[in-house]
Design a protein around this ligand. Sequence first.
Ligand code: FE2
Length: 443
Amino acid sequence: MGGFLENKTEQASEQVPEPATQQINENLRNLMNMLKARALSGILTSFRSPKVIFGMTALNRLIDYLNGNLEEGERRALIITDDFTEKYGNQISNMLNKINIESKVWAGVKPEGPFATIDEAFKICEDFKPKIFIAIGGGSVLDSTKGLMVRYERPEMDLFNVAALEPLGLRKKLKYFIAIPTTSGTGSEATLASMLTDTRFNPPKKFTVSHPELIPDFAILITDFVKDMPPFLTMATGLDALAHAVGSYVSTIGTPFSDAMNTYAIKQIVKYLPRAYKYGAKDIEARSRMQIAALMAGLGFIHSRVGIDHALGHSLGKVLNVHHGLCVGMFLQYSIAFQMKISERWKDLCPLFGIDTKDKDNNKLSIEFLQIIKDFIHSLDGPVCVKEMKNPVITEKEYFKNLDLLVKYAETDPVAFMVARYIDSEIIKRIFEYAWDGRTIDF
Ligand SMILES: [Fe+2]
């Protein structure tokens, strides 16, 4: 996930001496407080999306489109994959060869998108001069390709200096950036955000590059490429999509377009994620619906903002090495409960989870709503508190030993600046404490 100002915020937190960091954070927080409203005039007044091709014929339709729309000097594609998705890259490369599009498969993407691998791909680009990027993979592949696109098109630019509100001038070298996800959760195939790792630091630092020009031109949903996801990955990535949709719907930022994307995504996730988790490759309909839901949730959150679950989740993931989707899914109930004190938008979502709202006051309804979120996650064998985590198991001693570090990372996470309700390190610490054994947020 991501959004404007994120890269600058992260940069400030990592590189500027402590007093200046605090000042910048304070200024940003004040700025964000002024902007925390729905339909941010002048900022959230457009709806951006890749062209989406889905269904049984998606791949063939992409091939036909490329065949018909590329000129003679444009028929060069770099296919970007990792070890696991290289086989899909080879399949598409063979199809491109048949229509006279030269292609190279580069399978060098590493988890979290380290700079060194992006530089390696950049050297290939300098030599091969591709006109098309086809990224096939999970979040790391799609995000690395976004970083590579900036590196290829603007080699003089430091990725840290990508400012979301200034034109970047991409697509002077590339004609199309095509994203083909092999998981159903991050929504990266439809978003402007890229989470990368700067290997110039020791230890390496994660940071986000966000820019509207990084939104892919095409998102191609090929169900064959996701159908064999193992159950854990199905659950964790599906919970990421759920956190995107619910977290950004209940935020006070957004537009009618983001509301439409988020509510439809939630309906689909509630119906199809349990089936995808249970039946895997045997339930192609559920797999296909989850692809669409994850993409829609991605479109939802880039036109609003995810909840505090993502700031907490980024931190837990970084400090104790937990899957992103598992973290944000687990923190979702705390995030909603925290937001409930200032907004009633959560009530719109009750019917989507099958809750009858008739004759129930807010208190009763809120208890029921939080419980159904927990039941839903439990039905997928997912955790709703840290104590319940199985992959990895986190001991109470280990968790509380790292509490200050968890708070520090969450507090300086870009997401924390966009949360509508006032939050500071003490409040974040309390949420982390409550999340150990699943206490309901009562403050
Ligand atoms: Fe996420």
